[in-house]
Each structure stands twice: as structure tokens, then as C-alpha cells.
Design a protein around this ligand. Sequence first.
Ligand SMILES: [Zn+2]
Length: 138
Amino acid sequence: MKNWFQKLGVKLAKGMEGRYGFDELSMCMNMAGIVLIFLAYIPYMQWMSIAAWVMLIWAVMRAMSRNHTKRREELNKYYGIKKKTTDKFSLWKTIWKERKTHVFFKCKNCGAVLRVPKGRGDIVVTCPKCKSKIDKHT
Ligand SMILES: [Zn+2]
């Protein structure tokens, strides 16, 4: 019996040779799929089970893929989206933490978020990104 399991292990290892394997994106898709399976139990939300199975099958197909370049591109896109999201959340956290001492606003020219201290009256703020001057009351 032990020999049979060893042979099976060797066969599985040979079958996985050259395959991409599970990465962070695959794990994230698996977790999302599992969450969607539970959400599908909510009445009128059964359609989510289809989305869940698509996620789970897609994650396994990514892991079994031999096209490493394509999987790397997908992973890099995922990292880009993840970074944008975490940056936005960290900005919201900073705005909430400093809401009593600073005023936050967007530059009308380039969209950069600017931070100035409260209670300074009428001031002219120079955007560090595009160097445009903005009149602001704090
Ligand atoms: Zn600007």
C-alpha cells in the first residue's frame, strides 16, 4: 500500500512538471469563490454559485497552465489593482486620522491630493506635482 502511494506521488509530481502552480492571484480567486459559495445561500442570490464555480475552475486552470508568461502578466495586473486599492484605503485612513488638524483636497489641475493645516485663513497652495497655484480657505 505504501508503495502504491509512493508511485501515485511520483506520477502526480511528474504530471505537475512545467505547470505554473498556485500563486497569490489563484489563492485570492479561491477565497473569493468560497465566499461566493456561502453568499449563494442567500435567497435570490443563487446566481452567485455560478460565479463561484467560474472563479474556482479558473484558479485551478491557472495553476495547471504551462503558459507562464501569460500567468505572470495576469499576476502583475492583479498586483497593480491591489496596490491601487491599498493606497486608496491608506489615504482614507490618513484623512480620517488627521481630519481635526488638516484639510485635504484635490488639485483641480492634476487631481493630486493635497494636505494643508487647518485654521490658517486664506492661503495660496502650490501643488507639488504640477506647480499650479490654488486659493484655499482653511
Ligand atoms: Zn496639481
